[in-house]
Design a protein around this ligand. Structure first.
Ligand code: FDA
Length: 399
């Protein structure tokens, strides 16, 4: 092994969390090196939000995150808030807009966010080493040595910011989890989150004509006090269901669970169909439904539930059946599309082993875990980047 080059902080992972942490540590005068095996930094930032990066959510709060310890994120999210990141964007002059539900996107390109972070890192004196795979990590008396394909570094602090397993094609690895285990930290089981759900072939065949149809829907999972529901867009696909409402619920769904769909939420469909029957008895059920639903969806449900009849031919019981098919549809997805398309990885480094104010491993002074590798996962809508900024920022104050 070559003689280790001494630095203060080594950050593994040049994504949102790692860059934020490195900038903050650099601003405190620490000598920081960020390592990444990818050829470019912030690749997930670049492709996020359809290339416009949903960089935060104006209303980000702990309730928008899943974790075995739901209170863990409170401290970091309070110390570095969505407003703090918005102010950073404003100082840099990056124009943005609110799309919906507090979700903030760049007006221009996500690249602006990557450029801001890499410029800030340079100004803070931090060094970025790309295409640099880590080949070994050892703990020493006063810190760590990190061996890479391009030489070895010795540091007092080591920050693990290498994200989750989602989208392996983009360089995602389980490396952060391996490091955690190596140092004796516990892991919460990992699984894909914010991911399209798949349906069984028989149901898919029936729904085949709907591929590409989108509808505003309410999707729920669980019952009573454990019920979680989202009212957002739903998209029928060739494999099953996607769209924001499905991605949201996928993080709560477990194999074997049912989900409930309301495709015309907030509408008393039975009352609407009775009115239509009274006023336009010769109308077909499909035409009546098409006032509320996309035409192809209306047709499929009407044909299945009523056949080729007029509204006048349908009893109250038949209208209730249509109502139930639209707003009380329960189904069991067979699975998800997995890490290949998941936006995030649920689970990860167990927060019980981390200090919530600093993200430092309790049992390994100087070792930090930030961003998605930690068992804190946000809803869809800018919450995951906010966790990356907040967790990276707090670690950067002390690493
Ligand atoms: P991130 O994954 O960003 O960075 C990890 C870095 O570590 C990568 O650069 C990787 O190359 C590197 N790395 C991994 N293994 C390594 C190893 N062994 N050695 C060296 N380096 C290694 N969130 C949101 O809030 N708004 C949005 O609009 C979107 N949109 C979106 C779209 C798509 C397609 C995806 C896949 C995800 C999103 N997300 C999102 C989620 C968001 O991208 C994600 O939560 C953050 O990028 C997590 O930031 P991290 O810095 O923790 O990991």
């Amino acid at each position: 092994m070559s003689r280790p080059v001494p630095v203060d902080v080594v950050v593994i992972g040049a994504g949102a969390a790692g860059l934020m942490c490195a900038i903050e540590a650099g601003r405190r005068g620490r000598r920081v090196v960020v390592l990444d095996h990818a050829r470019a930094p912030g690749e997930k930032i670049r492709i996020s939000g359809g290339g416009r990066c949903n960089f935060t959510n104006r209303d980000a709060a702990p309730r928008n995150y899943l974790s075995a310890n739901p209170g863990f994120a409170i401290s970091a999210l309070r110390r570095y808030t969505a407003q703090d990141f918005i102010a950073r964007m404003d100082r840099r002059g990056i124009a943005w807009h609110e799309k919906t539900l507090g979700q903030l996107f760049c007006d221009g390109s996500a690249r602006q966010v990557v450029d801001m972070l890499t410029d800030d890192l340079r100004e803070a004196g931090g060094e970025l080493r790309l295409s640099t795979a880590v080949t070994g990590i050892e703990r020493t008396a006063d810190g760590f040595t990190v061996a890479t394909v391009n030489g070895t570094l010795a540091s007092t602090s080591l920050v693990i910011a290498c994200g989750g397993k989602s989208i392996p094609k983009m360089g995602a690895t389980g490396f952060g989890y391996e490091v955690a285990e190596r140092f004796g930290l516990a892991l919460q089981p990992t699984r894909p989150g914010l991911v399209p759900l798949t349906l069984d072939p028989a149901l898919l065949e029936r729904l085949g004509p709907l591929a590409g149809v989108a509808v505003e829907a309410r999707v729920s999972h669980g019952k009573g006090r454990n019920e979680t529901r989202f009212e957002e867009g739903l998209l029928f696909t060739h494999r099953g269901l996607s769209g924001p409402a499905i991605l949201q619920i996928s993080s709560f769904w477990r194999e074997g669970d049912e989900i409930a769909l309301a495709l015309a939420p907030g509408t008393d469909l039975f009352a609407r169909l009775r009115e239509a029957r009274a006023a336009h008895g010769r109308q077909s059920p499909a035409t009546a439904l098409a006032t509320l639903l996309p035409k192809r969806l209306a047709q499929l449900i009407a044909e299945r539930e009523a056949g080729a009849v007029n509204l006048a031919d349908l009893s109250d019981k038949a209208l209730r059946r249509i109502d139930e098919a639209v707003n009380g549809w329960r189904l069991k997805p067979t699975g998800s599309e997995g890490y290949r398309t998941a936006e995030v990885t649920l689970g990860g480094v167990d927060t019980a082993g981390l200090d919530s104010r600093t993200l430092e491993a309790r049992a390994v002074p100087g070792l930090y875990f930030v961003g998605e590798v930690v068992d804190v996962t946000g809803w869809l809508g800018g919450y995951n980047f906010q966790w990356a900024w907040s967790s990276g920022w707090v670690a950067g104050q002390v690493a």
